[in-house]
Design a protein around this ligand. Structure first.
Ligand SMILES: [Zn+2]
Length: 482
């Protein structure tokens, strides 16, 4: 961004005036002019006029809308059972909390991948903000492999492959899929936990104790993650293919990613809110069942390693791994992790919790916050520079923050049907006061003001030349006074 003195211009549809703008290159007080769905101008404060003007209050910060790289909206959690939200209710909560794009999944299916993708697109038509998908690839057949180039052409270019659970692929299938995806110009991503190590660890835990919740982390050791990451990054190196790792939980997984990156593998990875703000003491609490999430939340040292990796650019995204379970799904297994369906709601909590830790508490600063909540995800998943950045020509996906606003979670009514809250009672500072999706104000002060069905599919064009780069130490950026 380059903000120069210029004559007053008055032809914008919307102007956000006088906020501290986290632009692509600079962080400075500026006016942002929006025409239609796009950012049309960045200019000195007080120089832009338009049909609608939002005067930022002192201290307000304008950032690109958040991109959640990992959500499971209206997710099939058992035969014939879906999680409690739908695309309308989930994206409403996303907008209120500062997210303007979600990357969800096309669930695994036995039939045509293209047909499953079309079905999922139809479900998402009620979204209030923009969306795209990672198709899950399970149960390989020649017909399904042949559909992968067509999916990539349609902009469904990032995939999810499981190395555990019933939908897992074996090593040979993983190599075959990675080959096909790479040849098509797509990105293979992994739920990376080695199935055999998990089975062994679980048997060992159950042989000398009950399946109490405090035993859950031992049933899914970090070595299961590092072993699976070692395998998929080995194939990535051999094939010259890029690879993505979902939900990195701690130090062992990070070490495997760092080693692969240092040896030249094109690897990007995300962590999730829960790994950054919780530690494994949660499993000793009476409500420890809330945190049965795979991989598990690790110890406090792992949490520090994850923040270091975000600062260094080893991790490029913070996702929610949102799944709107309710007590009806969770309480039957509240004392036995082997019958608990893993996962937790968190699409609404992701951005406010990340802001509080990254910006208010200073762990990443404004630049780092924007990088891992918006720009990095857009670059990794082929949506940059249309998404994830404040610059002329980009979609006007903008969030105006009040950094001083204190909260006790939940800060808003999520309204998607979950009747429990993993982050209940946490306190912090900083909340969105305005969310703009492609030029439309979709939320203001915790209330949704948008339109069901206004969200659009965002095609992904994966381009590793646009991927975020690692750096020795990411600058902390400017920190607003709180
Ligand atoms: Zn997930």
């Amino acid at each position: 961004m380059s903000v120069g003195r210029c004559p007053v211009r008055d032809d914008f549809d919307l102007v956000v005036s006088g906020a501290l703008v986290v632009g692509e290159h600079d962080i400075e007080v500026a006016d942002v002019g929006v025409t239609g769905e796009r950012i049309a101008a960045l200019a000195a404060p007080g120089t832009l006029r338009g049909t609608r003007i939002v005067e930022a209050s002192p201290g307000a910060v304008l950032v690109p809308g958040g991109i959640d790289t990992h959500t499971h909206i209206a997710w099939p959690i058992a035969e014939g059972v879906r999680s409690l939200d739908d695309f309308a209710s989930a994206t409403r909560a996303a907008a209120v909390s500062g997210t303007t794009t979600v990357i969800d999944f096309v669930p695994a299916s036995g039939g045509s991948l293209l047909a499953a993708a079309r079905e999922r697109m139809a479900e998402a038509a009620s979204s209030l903000i923009d969306y795209t998908f990672h198709p899950v690839i399970a149960r390989i057949t020649p017909d399904r492999l042949r559909e992968i180039p067509a999916l990539v052409d349609e902009g469904l270019a990032s995939f999810k492959i499981y190395t555990t659970y019933d939908d897992r692929l074996d090593d040979g299938e993983i190599r075959a899929v990675m080959t096909t995806v790479a040849e098509a110009g797509g990105l293979a991503g992994f739920h990376a936990e080695n199935h055999a190590i998990l089975e062994h660890a679980r048997s060992a835990v159950l042989s000398d104790s009950a399946a109490a919740i405090d035993r859950f982390p031992r049933s899914r050791p970090g070595s299961a993650e590092s072993a699976a990451i070692g395998l998929v990054t080995h194939f990535a190196r051999e094939l010259g293919a890029p690879v993505y790792v979902y939900h990195v939980s701690g130090g062992e997984a990070l070490a495997a990613i760092e080693a692969a990156g240092e040896s030249g593998v094109l690897v990007q990875a995300e962590t999730c809110t829960h790994y950054l703000v919780l530690d494994d003491s949660v499993y000793r609490r009476p409500d420890g069942w809330k945190y049965v999430i795979t991989p598990p939340v690790r110890d406090a040292a792992a949490q520090d390693r994850l923040w270091d990796a975000l600062r260094a650019g080893v991790l490029g995204s913070v996702a929610s791994d949102h799944c709107a379970y309710g007590l009806e799904h969770k309480l039957p297994g509240a004392a036995d992790f082997t019958v608990l369906p893993p996962g937790a709601p968190g699409l609404d909590a992701r951005i406010p919790l990340l802001w509080d830790h990254a910006v208010t508490r200073g762990r990443l600063g404004l630049r780092g916050f924007v990088e891992v909540s918006a720009t990095g995800p857009a670059r990794t998943f082929g949506m940059y520079p249309r998404k994830g950045v404040i610059r002329v020509g980009a979609d006007a996906d903008l969030v105006l923050w009040n950094p001083a606003r204190e909260w006790t979670w939940p800060a808003f009514e999520a309204g998607w049907g979950s009747d429990y809250e993993p982050y209940e009672g946490m306190t912090g500072a900083g909340l969105p006061e305005l969310t703009i999706s492609r030029g439309r104000v979709v939320a203001r002060d915790g209330r949704f003001t948008g339109t069901e069905g206004a969200g659009r599919f965002v095609p992904q064009r994966i381009d590793v030349r646009q991927w975020p780069r690692r750096q020795a130490a990411r600058g902390a950026g400017r920190r607003p006074s709180v």
